[in-house]
Design a protein around this ligand. Structure first.
Ligand SMILES: [Mg+2]
Length: 381
């Protein structure tokens, strides 16, 4: 079997899908994207395609090595995300070629169902409490919320109180038998994180995410030792080498993104490294159906897995949602906040190609918001 072509599709709301074709008619799909940089990643995929066309799609590891190392310059979100989507599509072809879902090729299932959480926003206390109640009603056992809006490097007691009262409102709705995870989103300085984390301890969050920016990972240990709350991060780390230092600094949860951190091949390795540091895996996934399908394949084959993010109904998905490009939405049916193991070969989802082609005609130019503080200076989103 030989690879005959790679084609990318920028589809709303903010995704990029990749279709890899072969001379035997098997087709693989992946999702190589950096949110807000879809066209940049598409250009990287186009350049990488020169390494793939005419080659055996089943030589996944060799392609991974050449794509990540053969360009001399390595890593970073754009190249690692391009490789990630290509890697997903190659695993999709491999699964279809062998007639099994990808997790069977990764050693087979280690669990019967995978727990997923639902995003609930994070602005006003009454809003998040109401949103949490809706998700309890829908059967979810865990939700995630933003800890704050924009914050100054050292902000007022009122802002700190607001963070605590929002989480408290959600905890009250959830009770003790469900979980709330809190995303700090890189908006908190190390100083602010250290100040607020002890005040959140009585509310027992499942974890607090990105309490420092990725460029400040040297500060992670300081944050970890300041609190009993499990610390999660990793959506802006792109390889096992990026994860090496944070795994030794005492985080509890690693959050590589299947569409950013080198795909199924690399996240599988990051998970194994994490296990050796008593760290559990909760892949980041605010993206589309192929990124989620790839995440689930890893989740079903990974012993040290905690919980899966997914984007159904998330605020980014205004025009198109998680299920809109699938022929059959049943692989993403959530039952009591869990999803069953996909049974179809490859990534386990069938893409509605006509719909993707039509949506790509419209395309998108999604960009991350640029926030400014009350004095007009740039603020972290
Ligand atoms: Mg996050």
């Amino acid at each position: 079997m030989r690879i005959t072509g790679l084609e990318t599709f920028p589809v709303p709301p903010r995704w990029l899908f990749l279709r890899i074709s072969t001379d035997e008619g098997l087709v693989g799909w992946g999702e190589p994207v950096v949110e807000g940089r879809a066209h940049t990643v598409a250009a990287a995929v186009d350049e990488l395609s020169e390494l793939l066309v005419g080659r055996d799609p089943l030589a996944i590891e060799d392609h991974w090595q050449v794509m990540t190392k053969g360009g001399f310059y390595r890593g970073g979100p754009v190249l690692s995300s391009a490789v990630a989507g290509i890697d997903q599509a190659l695993w999709d072809i491999a699964g279809k070629s062998y007639g099994v879902p990808v997790h069977r090729l990764l050693g087979g299932p280690v669990r019967e169902r995978v727990r997923v959480y639902q995003w609930i926003g994070g602005d006003e206390p009454s809003d998040v409490a109401e949103a949490a109640a809706e998700q309890v009603e829908a059967g979810f056992t865990a939700v995630k919320m933003n800890g704050s809006g924009r914050l100054r490097h050292i902000d007022t007691p009122a802002e700190l109180d607001a963070v605590v009262s929002r989480v408290a409102a959600v905890r009250e709705v959830l009770g003790d038998a469900r979980d709330v995870a809190v995303d700090f989103h890189g908006r908190f300085s190390t100083a602010m994180s250290r100040r607020v984390l002890p005040r959140l301890e009585p509310l027992s969050p499942l974890f607090v995410e990105e309490p420092v920016l990725p460029e400040n990972t040297a500060k992670v240990r300081e944050v970890v030792t300041s609190t009993s709350i499990p610390i999660a991060l990793g959506e802006r780390l792109f390889s096992r080498w990026d994860f090496r230092d944070v795994l030794t600094s005492g985080i509890a949860v690693a959050q590589p993104d299947l569409s950013h951190a080198g795909g199924i091949s690399e996240v599988r390795r990051i998970a194994a490294m994490a296990e050796a540091h008593d760290v559990t895996l909760a892949p980041h996934c605010p993206l589309g159906p192929l990124a989620l399908a790839a995440s689930l394949q890893v989740a079903f084959a990974t012993p040290n897995f905690l919980i899966q993010e997914q984007s159904r109904g998330i605020h980014y998905n205004v025009d198109s949602d998680l299920l809109d490009y699938l022929v059959d939405p049943s692989p993403f049916r959530f039952d009591e906040g869990h999803v069953a193991a996909p049974q179809a070969p490859g990534l386990g989802v069938e893409i509605d190609e006509a719909k993707v082609r039509e949506a790509a005609e419209r395309g998108h130019r999604w960009r991350s918001p640029v926030w400014r503080d009350s004095d007009g200076a740039f603020a972290e989103w």
